[in-house]
Design a protein around this ligand. Structure first.
Ligand code: ADP
Length: 273
């Protein structure tokens, strides 16, 4: 009878533990949903005033340029600050669309080297001081199925990290190579590098290597860029790799699929989630 009583008590204990775990899980799921909603609303609300601020600054800049006013330097730094906030807000918007499943690709067939060069030009012209970027592209351009907006965001993010975690003026190298079924786009820097024990974490949400310094004038970031980049690359059917040596620099490589001979030339890949 004693053994039976003990068994009963144990079963009751197990049941109450099970209930506690269920309740905690429900609370966590609810808290997570509230967090996702908050991020989504906050980033949408921030985007509109930020766009008008950007528009006004650009207008003022154009007017002052004509009058060669000394205030132009302040306006340039104001525009740089707006651009940095814009990157942060876009990261938040992206994370919220990723988490809520509202994330789809609109792929079209594009020449990869030509597109990469356009992205580099866009990045260089919008960055002050302008970074030095060397390119190594294959002699003959080739095509791939690309969501220009999304993959462009990944390339810009890698370029911006390469600059951000290096000293001012340190050169960046962009290499494009074509394999049989894939192509590889690599961005290399001679910056701070990443300690090997931190490498497994850098693609996680909100992860930043502790104590790492950013180049003066760069924003610290939320630790979301690589997480978002990995999601985008994986949706393209590719992967993102990193090699890094502390004190020497890093190379981030996107390995992406080439279209198979049977793929049509203008497809739209919708979100599977
Ligand atoms: P963040 O907004 O902090 O730059 P990311 O997700 O882009 O976020 O990067 C995550 C972390 O990985 C960064 O905080 C940084 O510590 C490290 N990291 C990313 N790219 C580089 C790089 N090129 N060189 C050195 N560290 C890097």
């Amino acid at each position: 009878r004693q053994v039976y009583a003990q068994q009963q008590a144990l079963e009751q204990h197990a049941r109450s533990l099970e209930l506690t775990v269920l309740e905690r899980t429900r609370e966590l799921v609810e808290a997570n949903a509230v967090k996702d909603e908050f991020i989504s609303i906050a980033s949408h609300e921030l985007k509109t005033p930020l766009s008008s601020l950007k528009g006004m600054a650009q207008l003022l800049h154009r007017r002052l340029l004509r009058s060669s006013s000394p205030e132009v330097a302040s306006l340039v730094s104001m525009e740089n600050s707006i651009r940095r906030i814009e990157v942060l807000v876009n990261d938040l918007l992206n994370i919220s669309s990723l988490e809520t499943g509202l994330f789809d690709l609109r792929c079209q067939r594009r020449h990869v080297a030509e597109l990469t060069q356009c992205l580099i030009d866009e990045y260089v012209s919008g960055t002050n001081p302008q970074p030095v970027i060397h390119t190594h592209f294959p002699e003959e351009d080739f095509e791939a199925e690309i969501d220009v907006e999304r993959l462009g965001q990944v390339v810009i993010n890698l370029l911006s990290n390469a600059r951000k975690y290096s000293v001012t003026g340190s050169p960046i190298k962009v290499t494009l190579t074509k394999q049989e079924q894939t192509y590889t786009l690599s961005v290399s820097d001679k910056g701070s590098g990443i300690p090997p024990e931190m490498l497994p974490f850098i693609f996680e949400r909100f992860y930043r290597v502790p104590g790492i310094e950013v180049q003066t004038g760069s924003s610290v970031g939320f630790g979301l860029g690589l997480y978002i980049s990995r999601q985008i690359v994986e949706r393209h059917g590719g992967r993102i790799e990193v090699e890094s040596t502390p004190g020497k620099g890093s190379t981030f490589s996107l390995v992406l699929p080439l279209p198979s001979a049977s793929t049509s030339s203008d497809t739209s890949v919708e979100d599977a989630s």
